[in-house]
Design a protein around this ligand. Structure first.
Ligand code: B12
Length: 219
């Protein structure tokens, strides 16, 4: 199948939650020389955007969303070795997680993968991560950036607690906090004094590089 058609097919299968067919087509694409990043940017991310819209318009049901979510996370796992193989030098270290009380992990996983592909060592703390866990890991693993994801408006305040915990520990010169997730905005990031915000996984790499430069300048 030609590349463009295959990417469209994968996107459609993700939206339909047809996990087996989608994973088989992802493997076919990778075997045929399609880059993992192309698959991510041109099939999986647009597909997951459509799943989110379906949910908003009440066209999609929770079981359907669960099927697409599982398919998406398995596709990310399938792509990961290809992403790691293709990446160049390591520029910095980040730890990433979805904040306490929040179990949404698809966006977080995408951001982790993009950062890995753009030369960051990524420590993934998973979901339901407390401010203490973020800070303790960042210190123990010598991370430059803490990345927090939140999808629920009720869990967004945890991000403020992470920012405050870093400052309280006197670590703000060494460790920056970057936030994101569907309900999060640039204005919210500024209001809680977070160091960086990105609205999507693709621009997260650029924001992380900017934060890294800020840290290196103050060293
Ligand atoms: C999939 C989904 C689920 C799945 C999650 C599966 C999983 N493994 O993650 C399931 C079905 C389990 C689920 C459960 C729930 N969900 Co839900 N869910 C969604 C849905 C449809 C899509 C989210 C998603 O994955 N989007 C795709 C990804 C790729 O987008 P993203 O996460 O926004 O990430 C992108 C950017 O935001 C950014 N980004 C994300 N994180 C970060 C981090 C950093 C550092 C940076 C820089 C960038 C960044 O980059 C990503 C890629 O471009 C949304 C609808 C929506 N429009 O968001 C509702 C939604 C988030 N859920 C919602 C709700 C209410 C719930 C439940 C409470 C439902 C319930 N009653 O049980 C539970 C919560 C459980 C919990 N404690 O967390 C509401 C939240 C409303 C609100 N105001 O808070 C939403 C908005 C649906 C709605 N319209 O009502 N959900």
């Amino acid at each position: 199948m030609e590349q463009e058609k295959l990417l469209l097919q994968i996107e459609e299968e993700l939206v339909q939650g047809d996990r087996k067919a989608m994973l088989a087509h992802c493997s076919e694409a990778l075997d045929g020389g399609v880059k993992a990043r192309t698959l991510l940017d041109n099939a999986l991310i647009p597909g997951m955007r459509r799943v989110s819209e379906k949910f908003h318009s009440a066209e999609g049901s929770v079981p359907e969303i669960m099927l697409s979510s599982r398919a998406m996370n398995e596709a990310v796992e399938l792509l990961r070795p290809y992403i790691l193989q293709a990446r160049g030098d390591i520029h910095g270290r980040v730890c990433i997680g979805t904040v306490a009380g929040d179990l949404h992990d698809i966006g977080k996983n995408l951001v982790a993968m993009v950062l890995e592909s753009e030369g960051f060592e990524v420590i993934d703390l998973g979901v339901d991560v407390t401010p203490e866990q973020f800070v303790e890991t960042a210190v123990a693993e010598k991370c430059d950036i803490i990345c927090c994801s939140a999808l629920l408006t009720t869990t967004m305040p945890v991000m403020k607690e992470v920012v405050e915990a870093v400052r309280k520990a006197g670590l703000h010169d060494q460790i920056k906090v970057m936030i994101g997730g569907a309900p999060v905005s640039e204005a919210f990031a500024q209001a809680i004094d977070a160091d960086g915000y990105s609205g999507d996984a693709v621009s997260a790499g650029e924001t992380a590089r900017k934060l890294l430069k800020m840290i290196r300048l103050t060293e």
